[in-house]
Design a protein around this ligand. Sequence first.
Ligand SMILES: Nc1nc2c(ncn2[C@@H]2O[C@H](COP(=O)(O)OP(=O)(O)OP(=O)(O)O)[C@@H](O)[C@H]2O)c(=O)[nH]1
Length: 355
Amino acid sequence: MPNTGLPPLPGTLKKLGVITAIRDTQLVEQSLLRTLAPILGVLETSLYRINAKHQITHVLHHSRTGTRDSDGAERISERIDAVRNETYIPEHIGLLVDNVRLLGYPCNQPHEGNQVFCYPLRSGELHSGYLIFERKFLLTAMEDAVITGVLQVYSNYYSLLDSSQRDRLTGLHNRYAMEVSLDRLWEELSIQPPMDAPGVAPVLPARDCYWLGVLDIDHFKRINDQFGHVIGDEILLLVSRVLGRTLRRTDLLFRYGGEEFIAVVEARDLEAAEQLFERLRKAVESYRYPQVGKVTLSGGFCAVSTLVLPKSVLERADRAMYEAKKEGRNRMRHYHTLLEQGVLHELESGSITLF
Ligand SMILES: Nc1nc2c(ncn2[C@@H]2O[C@H](COP(=O)(O)OP(=O)(O)OP(=O)(O)O)[C@@H](O)[C@H]2O)c(=O)[nH]1
């Protein structure tokens, strides 16, 4: 594709307007790539999102294909591939990203006859990701200024949106973000092979198995009453940190409200899920909390199934958690095991509304 020279300013501004009208962080990322690709005159752009430990959390690849109609008019079709859990990064891009990370400003280097460009995405002073694209020609000063401007607006808006989806005390994603994430997970799982295909278990999706756990700190009211709300807040913060560092990079953790957390994890089967939730319980129990000493939590968990609405999976995990409380606290309970044991009974779906 030829170098397009000066980017069309009204179109760019209009697209920035579109970006800042979106309320979902992942859609904002997609919109950024859709906005930049025509400005840059490239067919492919990628966005690598990283966490505070500089590990890749997800990658978006945007590609455009140009075809000509019978009347000669050019049609552009676009495609976005979102890859979660990606650990592979091509060597030449990895080197470029390292340079940008150390230098703090955009860099480019030749690769197979093209130039590869890497721009940092910022969240305050920190890098929160990288924009990567490749093209034949070096950027003009004007193009560089437009990309920098668009990324600045995008980063400011993204940070604002992200902070509105986080709990102020713990920094974890909040209940609203959880609802959005669960909807997205259900959507992703729904486009996997049909659940009733031969040889596929009816409850779990064919490829990845996800589990949702409700985790609730035990006797938290007593902690508040005995040590005061400031210490209570500190316990919430510490428990969220202990949970966060015990979970894996790809697991999700939310503060659902009060002293309740939701974890959405990947585990290949029930045994692996049990081990994972048990690890969380032990991690919280074995941490020594200043002043308070020992803190425990109880949890209930349930397999994620696209056949069951997110709110019902949440409700199931919640019922299992209440059973763990009833049985004496500081334990994890699996919803379907409790059903099999006759401890719990299936509810009419929709009988309790949690959202
Ligand atoms: N410090 C502090 N306390 C909170 C916060 N949100 C909710 N709480 C308190 O958390 C306590 C929850 O108490 P309960 O729901 O009775 O539960 P519990 O004492 O943990 O008892 P079990 O769950 O049955 O083990 C209440 O006293 C709330 O006021 C918060 O952000 N900070």
